[in-house]
Design a protein around this ligand. Structure first.
Ligand code: ADP
Ligand code: MG
Length: 247
């Protein structure tokens, strides 16, 4: 089943076309790696998906529901209902410094989900256990390493029980020795069949964990396919050139 259907989306800032007719689908249980040079539109594409930016044309469907069709957006209430199906993890964690780990991850469900405090508590304990941070429940973000902060950000996204998780370069702000623990959590989620779109420069992760790779360049999908073919037998010259710099 298609979780995300993106059809011919367009986005410009001033007169610069940042996304030009992007079309792709994400199916249930897919792990899609999005790779490409800086400035190619990867972040903008994710931000449009979760309605942090508006597209100028095209359609986006999430779990079969129209976020926007032919450039016309659904009413705000429906948009909200659709975007809560998606969890986003940013490069720079964006944790609240004045809230503990538990408070950070429970904030959104408390505000948005009509659940009892006990239900939310049970879920946060389970998720913190899963990402190995059970001993950090009452700790403030300043006391955490970058890798731990990013794991809390993943926990926070999971607390909303999303249908799909979107990651925008989740390890790019981390010291190299801390990227492994974050990639490990993401790999575990993939093994549990979480549907994910991951914008990443970690080619090893893309090769090993993704079942589909999208190479974006200059606002278009230059090439896409399973990692086994895209990495070993890229068709486009631009893909070849990008990969030869990366691998
Ligand atoms: P990537 O994530 O692949 O590095 P981005 O989506 O961040 O690329 O950016 C794509 C292009 O859009 C870049 O040229 C960038 O300068 C431009 N851009 C991104 N956000 C804005 C904005 N808010 N206003 C104007 N231009 C932007
Ligand atoms: Mg980016």
């Amino acid at each position: 089943m298609a979780i995300i259907e993106i059809e011919n989306i367009k986005k410009s800032y001033d007169k610069v076309d940042v996304l030009k007719q992007i079309t792709f689908e994400v199916n249930n249980n897919d792990v899609v790696a999005v790779i490409g040079p800086s400035g190619s539109g990867k972040s903008t594409m994710l931000r449009c998906l979760v309605d942090l930016e508006k597209i100028d044309g095209g359609s986006i469907r999430v779990c079969g529901e129209e976020l926007v069709k032919d450039g016309i957006y659904s009413p705000p209430q429906k948009i909200k209902q659709i975007t809560t199906k998606m969890g986003m993890v940013f490069q720079h964690f964006n944790l609240f410094p004045h809230l503990t780990v538990k408070e950070n991850i429970e904030l959104a469900p408390k505000l948005v989900k009509k659940e009892s405090a006990a239900t939310i508590h049970d879920r946060s304990m389970k998720i913190l256990e899963k990402i190995g941070l059970s001993n950090f429940i009452n700790v403030y973000p300043a006391k955490l390493s970058g890798g731990q902060k990013q794991r809390v950000a993943i926990a926070r996204a999971l607390m909303m029980e999303p249908e799909i998780l979107l990651f925008d370069e989740p390890t790019s702000a981390l010291d190299p020795e801390l990227t492994g623990e974050v990639l490990e959590v993401m790999k575990d989620l993939a093994e549990e069949k979480m549907t994910m779109i991951v914008v990443t420069h970690e080619m090893g992760f893309a090769k090993e964990v993704a079942n589909k790779v999208i190479f974006m360049d200059n606002g278009v999908i230059e090439e896409s396919g399973p990692p086994s073919s895209l990495f070993t037998n890229p068709q486009s010259l631009r893909t070849k050139a990008f990969l030869s710099r990366k691998l």
